[in-house]
Design a protein around this ligand. Structure first.
Ligand code: ATP
Ligand code: MG
Length: 427
């Protein structure tokens, strides 16, 4: 036998047993976003490498070491998208969606980062994200955070913690940066290699270090909060006031800087302690500088992205996933040539009349016994049986596969109505 080829490390198949759960999550999220007036956008998975370098920033984990970049046949450098915001902004600019108008958009799909695979961290993973363009005030920041809070409520997820911070404006950050560099310099001998390098190139990134050995130094560093002007402070306070009024609890985490360069003012993460080290299920913030950085007119913007795998893991951990999966409602058992002919046509008539019915028809023949086995394995609730006897009498036998109930015979001409009432009483 030929050697089997396996999936790429860190990239996973989503098998039929799992797809119903994925769909449940994606539909719950999509429906909620629509209820707030957000519209879906779909962009290519491949973009020019330059797009991510210019938006995410050269001195970030993603651009420094996580991107899947390659040269295509024309010699262009392309990259599998590591996140969704850059492509979304590019598409908006390309199609003039930001000209004198606001936009509320959302997206979902696979993202790619060359990280060390572990629980909650993969090389192909999925995000659902949302972006709002053209609104500068704290009201939209509040709306965006309230959407996430409502989502947890609708998914039945309790115990997530909202961490909130502000990164100020670029100018405030420049002042802060100087204070931070002075502080880091005075501790230079205790910095790890990454941090020493970042102290030069992008000192705020030092606060984002994942090295536990850096935690003490980071916690002693000056905080940006002390360098905010009146306006930034007001913006932040309006959000915290709104959250309090809406009854959404939060903690201010001055070390929250987020892994991407383009954020301004508001940043936030939703964190759980139920998933081990990879506990952030949703992260976002305001990025007023990005649109102009990518060649558009200055446009305020805010958004977030959620990790679908992490959310599914949390839903599973908290036993909040709906049971059931993708089993058909009914499985049609057909024994004998005449039954196959009649059954296929009868099944078509049922599908025509009952668009909600999920009906699987036995193909490939087999005895009653082997067909019942397949019916059982399909997860169906009812077997619809057609054998010689039923054909002669123009009936179908209905057998309950999941509960003790007596088998019934129903006239073929009345089967659609009969199944309709079964569906109404059982869903
Ligand atoms: P982390 O600090 O965990 O690396 P990040 O700051 O790189 O996260 P973002 O770029 O903000 O993550 O992505 C938003 C969300 O996408 C994360 O909060 C997480 O839920 C999810 N996510 C990010 N990277 C991965 C990955 N490699 N595998 C699975 N989910 C991921
Ligand atoms: Mg990361």
């Amino acid at each position: 036998m030929a050697k089997k080829i396996q999936a790429i490390r860190g990239m996973h198949d989503i098998l039929p047993e799992q797809t119903a759960q994925w769909r449940y999550l994606e539909e719950t999220v999509g429906n909620l976003f629509r209820r707030y007036g957000y519209r879906e956008i779909r962009t290519p998975i491949l973009e020019m490498t330059e797009l991510f370098k210019r938006s995410i920033g050269e001195v970030t984990d993603i651009v420094e070491k996580e991107m899947y970049s390659f040269e295509d046949r024309n010699g262009d450098s392309l990259t599998l998208r590591p996140e969704g915001t850059a492509g979304c902004v590019r598409a908006c600019l390309e199609h003039g969606l930001l000209h004198n108008q606001q936009q509320r958009l959302w997206y979902k799909g696979p993202m790619f980062r060359h990280e060390r695979p572990q629980k909650g961290r993969y090389r192909q993973f999925h995000q659902v994200g949302l972006e709002a363009f053209g609104m500068a005030g704290p009201d939209i920041d509040l709306e965006v955070i309230l959407i996430t809070a409502r989502l947890w409520r609708e998914l039945g997820l309790e115990g997530l913690e909202l961490q909130l911070n502000t990164l100020g404006t670029p100018e405030e950050r420049r002042h802060y940066r100087q204070a931070l560099v002075d502080y880091l310099r005075s501790h230079e001998s205790s910095l790890d290699e990454d941090s020493r390098r970042r102290m030069q190139s992008n000192p705020l990134r030092v606060l984002d270090s994942k090295n536990p050995g850096m935690a003490a130094i980071i916690s002693g560093a000056p905080t940006l909060m002390d360098y905010l002007d009146q306006e930034s402070r007001g913006h932040f306070e309006a959000i915290t006031r709104g959250l309090e009024a809406a009854g959404v609890r939060f903690v201010v985490n001055p070390r929250l800087v987020r892994g991407l360069d383009y954020y301004t003012r508001t940043v936030f993460e939703w964190v759980t302690d139920r998933l081990g080290a990879q506990g952030t299920v949703c992260a976002g913030g305001r990025y007023d500088g990005l649109v102009s950085q990518l060649g558009g007119r200055p446009t305020p913007a805010i958004g977030f992205a959620m990790g679908v795998e992490r959310l599914l893991a949390l839903l599973e951990e908290m036993e909040r996933l709906p049971a059931g999966g993708d089993a058909p409602h009914a499985y049609m058992v057909l024994v004998g040539e005449a039954a196959v002919e009649t059954g296929m046509i009868l099944a078509e008539a049922l599908r025509q009349q009952l668009p909600k019915l999920q009906l699987q028809v036995n193909c490939g023949g087999g005895s009653f016994k082997s067909q019942f086995k397949k019916a059982d394995r399909s997860g169906a609730r009812w077997a619809l049986i057609l054998g010689e006897d039923e054909i002669d009498r123009k009936v179908v036998s209905v057998k309950w596969l999941r509960e003790e109930r007596e088998q019934q015979q129903v006239a073929q001409s009345e089967l659609a109505g009969y199944l309709e009432s079964l569906l109404e009483n059982h869903s």
